[in-house]
Design a protein around this ligand. Sequence first.
Ligand SMILES: [Zn+2]
Length: 303
Amino acid sequence: MTTSIGVVMTEHIVAGLLTGSLGQQKLEGERLRYPADHDETEALVGLPSSDLYDLLVSQIEPLIAASQEPVGAIGVAVPGIVRNGVVEDSPNLQQIKGVRLADALGEVLRTRGISAPVIVLNDADAVAAGLAARGGHLDRLIRVWTLGNGIGYGRWPQSDGVWEGGHTIVTLDPKERYCGCGGVGHIEGIMGNRAMRLRFLDLEPEEVFANAKHGDARCREFVDLWHRALAAGTASMIHLGGPGKFYFTGLNVGFLELPLLRGFLEGMVKMSPLQSYSLEVLKEDDATAVLGAGVAALRAQSW
Ligand SMILES: [Zn+2]
């Protein structure tokens, strides 16, 4: 079976049906979204996990009904540390921390007569899988930073480990403690949306970046720090995993100035064998992560 469903649950839920032969899957038809209003970003905050399951089922059921073929697997991408179907931690979706999400959702689905296996993966890993699938490069190393409420780090092919790149330490300043996980000095504590709101109690992130463009010194200084944090995280990944291609996407990718990032990175990566990296910005787009979730779920079945 090569039909699957991809679901992504971040500050909203989006789901789609994938068809096509293995390695050539494409999204078919409309993607479903909850909440339908794109401006509503707090809809899932504080919802009990049982309500989340019901919402997920309400997105999955119509796709199953619309499918011409039996659905072989359901991939659900969520932020946080995900291993063996268990969400070990999820600072930005706390109600699923410690939940055996694959089992729990599978059980609810079975009460509705849906028996397809559920695979749970990290949302940034889903973006990386989607990029690999879209380019037909399922054999290539893909690394991606997702810049949103949290800072995600995804890689394809999936490999054992935790890979919480967004919590890489990028400063030793003890005052840098805005990360959603509570840790000091993390990338997310500088770049995450929530962290930016905590730092600038009087300004929205959009205003900070706009003010920086208009010459406000405090905002300009922060925008530089924001880029240096991302450069530092990327430099660490290059020093550990080697050069190669890095993608940047997510809600806040519009804030990213690639030349500024590249300038900081050049100061941080000096060993010549490591300098053959490339950087690419991708417009925020749910479709890539949905595709990746569905592809990764099918892959997990065929291994
Ligand atoms: Zn952290």
